[in-house]
Design a protein around this ligand. Structure first.
Ligand code: PMV
Length: 328
């Protein structure tokens, strides 16, 4: 095994969870409390180049054209340490990342970010990991990154240790016409990170055990919905599951929420559209942005409806996206 003599670039897309991961069994290894399931999105992605260099004294991380301070690059450097340990090397690396995602606003930039970093860093370190092992490695950076290795509909099997907790594809190239309309209600950094938020739920929400039971049932239902291409079952289950997750934030001590006034307005608009006979459902991750799951041929019409309320630039139509790609 040898490090590459040129940078390796990887591109990974974000994903939106239809059945959420919210809570860890093992904080160190990032083993979740439940299985989760997502859809990888084509519009939002991260592109990362990595090269290990014997002449470098320290890791250098450039994020969207800015050199990160040692503090800001801590998570990336810790992740590189794991890659170095796997590859049995001790060289420092130069990492250059471009994010095509509004960072930390609940559009899962950590998912695409750590998936792309896992792909580029492992290959640059001379490792040639299969996709399952890449998903295990990405998991160590951020739980949701586990699923961004694959395209289309993806499950993350909870597992019980590092070897058994990984993602696998359910339907990499969906043949049904599905779209996600993303509302970027704010691109600001969230105040409570998913790491802190989920830890608080596990430790303080009296509803937490019920969440684990309910989300495991949602996972099974969601798999059936995908296998049978049952859009309403998929939409209904994802909306239910999202609200169950957000009920954990509300029931945590101290209580908090990722909703803002626009999130509530958008969710009500989705429900109203549905009452008017347009099949669409909402979901939200750890931020105020709302994503609307709909049939592909309704996406334009739905997007226009939300553009009128939130502005042209705040509404994006996305479709199922591809899994990770790594340059040579
Ligand atoms: O992996 P993290 O720390 O980005 O947490 C992800 C949490 C959710 O996005 C809310 C749910 C999920 O399964 O992606």
């Amino acid at each position: 095994m040898a490090i590459t003599d040129h940078p390796i670039t990887a591109k990974a897309h974000t994903n939106i969870a239809l059945v959420k991961y919210w809570g860890k069994l093992d904080e160190q290894l990032i083993i979740p409390q439940n299985d989760s399931l997502s859809i990888t999105l084509d519009e939002f992605y991260t592109q990362t180049a990595v090269q290990f260099d014997p002449n470098l004294a320290a890791d250098e991380v450039v994020f969207d054209d800015q050199i990160l301070s040692t503090t800001d690059s801590h998570r990336v450097r810790t992740f590189l340490d794991q890659v170095r340990a796997l590859a049995h090397i001790d060289y420092r690396a130069k990492v250059t990342t471009q994010n095509f995602v509004p960072t930390a606003a609940g559009l899962a930039s950590s998912a695409s970010g750590f998936a792309a970093l896992a792909g580029a860093a492992s290959r640059a370190a001379g490792l040639n990991l299969n996709r399952r092992d890449l998903s295990r490695l990405a998991r160590r950076g951020s739980g949701s990154a586990t699923r961004s290795i694959f395209g289309g509909f993806v499950a993350w099997q909870q597992g019980h240790d590092d070897a058994t907790s990984y993602a696998y594809p359910i339907d990499e190239q969906p043949t049904w016409d599905i779209a996600v309309v993303a509302l970027v209600l704010t691109a600001k950094q969230k105040k409570i990170s998913s790491r802190v938020g989920m830890k608080r739920a596990v430790e303080t929400s009296p509803f937490y055990p019920a969440w684990v039971t309910a989300s495991q049932a949602d996972f099974k239902t969601m798999k059936t919905a995908i296998e049978t291409q049952n859009f309403d079952l998929l939409g209904h289950t994802s909306e239910q599951n999202a609200m169950r997750m957000h009920a954990l934030t509300l029931s945590s001590d101290p209580t908090f929420t990722y909703f803002n006034a626009d999130s509530l307005k958008a969710m009500k608009m989705v429900t109203d559209l549905r009452l008017r006979g347009i099949p669409c459902y909402f979901t939200m991750d750890a931020g105020p942005n709302v994503k609307i799951i709909c049939h592909g041929n309704d996406a334009k019409h739905i997007a226009q409806h939300f553009q009128t309320a939130f502005g042209q630039d705040h509404v994006l139509v996305t479709r199922p996206g591809a899994g990770i790609s790594i340059s040579d």
